[in-house]
Write a protein that binds this ligand. Sequence first.
Ligand code: DC
Length: 227
Amino acid sequence: MKQEQKLALQIAIDGPAGAGKSTLAKLVAKQLNLFYVDTGAMYRAIAYKVLKNGILLEDELSVSQIAKTTEVILDHSEKQNVWCDGENVTLAIRSPEISRAVSIVAAYVGVRERLVELQRQEAARGGVVMDGRDIGTQVLPEANLKIFLTATPQERARRRWLEFVKAGKNVRLEEVAQDMQKRDRQDTEREVSPLEPAEDAVILDTTGCSVERMAAKIIALTQEDGR
Ligand code: DC
């Protein structure tokens, strides 16, 4: 692949929570020397600000207003810090409370319009691996490669639960599984940009598969003719 092609390479990775998107996207970005953009973190930052300001999650107008005026920055450092109006929210946005609130906020058209605009600005900086729910269908419809990741619900819940445990959070696996099921439903059934594979997406099941093998597969796909 020529260097200039590599710089403009866009890889979209979509899928439900716990499918392994971010771990995989980070590794592929590192190996191909591309930016990694975690769009879920941007939705989480908006949910964080909404809760912090005591705004009702159901108040669509106020939530959309917050989204329009909030500065969300991903700093692309090794730590992948997330900044919300100058505050480092990298750890705070991973709490179970934010995980519950974020699907509500992400269903609002005003929130999505604002964040899609910021996400496209990120992609304009150069080659990118972007993960989320609507990257292949809405944010980067011209991406060179679109991946839709899946894994069994049990495996996805177990992975998310392990992340909480590693972060020192005391949560039960069943509770994580239930929250995840609810969030999947909200993300899939919402009217605006629901979670679904793009028509031209490659569907990959990550159950029982190592992240290294999956990354190698994705990198091989980018080298196929016509991408
Ligand atoms: O990937 P994640 O779990 O951090 O995403 C958090 C929430 O944000 C999730 O419920 C779905 C939503 N989201 C979205 O609607 N569109 C995206 N592009 C990314 C995330």
